[in-house]
Design a binder for this molecule. Sequence first.
Ligand code: BGC
Length: 546
Amino acid sequence: MSPVESGTVEETTLTPDVQWWQSAVIYQVYPRSFADGDGDGVGDLAGLTARLPYIASLGVDGIWMTPFQPSPQLDQGYDVSDYCGVDPLFGTMEQFDALLELAHSLGLRILLDVVPNHCSSEHPLFQQALAAGPGSQKRDMFHFVEGSDDDVPPNNWQSVFGGRAWSRANPESLTDTDWYLHLFSAGQPDWNWRNPAVGDYFDGVLRFWFDKGVDGLRIDVAHALFKAEGLPDSPSAGGVVDGLRSNPQVSDQEEVHEVYRRWRTLAEKYEPHRLLVGEVNLEPARAARYTRADEMQQAFAFAFVKLGWDPAAWAAAGNELEAARRLHGATPTWALENHDIVRSVTRFGGGELGAMRARAALVALLGLPGPAYLYQGQELGLPEVDVPLECRVDPMWARGGVCRDGARVPLPWIADAALNHGFSLAEPAIAFQASEPWLPQPADWGTHAIELQQEDPESSLALVTKALEMRRLLWKSEVFGPNDGGSWRVEAGNLLICERSADFFVAVAMGTEPVKLPAGTVLLSAAPLAEDGWLQPDNAAWVLRR
Ligand code: BGC
């Protein structure tokens, strides 16, 4: 029974000083794989615009779009060659403006990705730096360092994508013995944030998009912008692994906080204030420092991304985040999936079991205290795809062996495989055309199709839509509030509990036997209850103590 039917929850008006983003759920769009509007097999702005009503119908508050700016597409757009444009692969600036207008009219906010750690080696400023030669001011926008020997780079830093983090600026030249730093691929040179001109340049980038009415930014590798003065060797033997954490010289330098203070000031010059959300892949106590009152408003909590179906580990991670919240007032911003992470269905065991657990995890996620992000296809329960070797394009796969393509396969809109599951639309109307998608869709993709799930009240899509509706109601009725915390524990039978407030808790059955819930009214569950007040294994519930 829903609280509306039972009369358990009454709607009141949301307290005016609660900011929109405190209760928000944002849907991440990976434009290449969302919908293709021009039939070339690559998703684009026209496709996304045509499908905005679908996103609005989920009941989310906004969209985060991964990069669509001009780029050689070496790292699928995370190698930006023009921060203030639209890559023709995705469309035009006029199309972006139309998208923004339609999104706003549908009540959806738009967040864009900004990539301030590095650009593309095709970026004009990098090209000018290369041409200007050793010792020039232009090279000081990046990390160019003279090397004594062809084979000995300036220090021992490793690239996140594998191999060393340095390449020769001009391997053909006998006089240009500089190397340049790239924490990712050689096509992604790192900016030198110790040069004030870099900060000024990015102020312009932020203003450009904020002036257009973009509602906020997701900040790529936000903790890596500053490198230790003098670029010393990393003491860690293995170099950079685990999201840059193991190289203290490139991660979490104190100076980086000044950037976010400056950006927050800029974001608050706009009405409504613009939102900053950081990809800060650090332990919770360090990550929380990026969301102090004068820095970003949000930083992703990826706590459960690296964990299996283990209640003690979830409770420990949850309590660690809560401790960080108490210390810095940093409410966790939850995410279980994104374009870099193996899909949760697969992480949690794959097949039927993985699908059940992913549903339970989704219900848990949306009931936890704090904003949440969903990744396109997560609402459909899409599994990770084992992309055939010859079709893999991820540079990380090419350099290091880890492949992220399996979470990036184009969405199945319709069941019909002959039409490539409706991924490509024929303009101007919504008709389909069978264009070869940029990554192949697997044989069973049609079973997850949106058109089927929209008709099925038991589908993953129906569950997410219901959870989002209930979540809004709980915010409106002030059962959910901005100051809710999370007190986590594991009860008998491996029942994970997160007490959000005196009134509400989330329960996840992570054991092998049905478990009895503590007393309360079940508002939502991922699957039907075993019997009144009992959860089957791999089910989750929202419980109101009234
Ligand atoms: C993005 C990745 C990208 C990397 C380099 C990450 O955090 O999410 O997709 O490859 O930054 O820009």
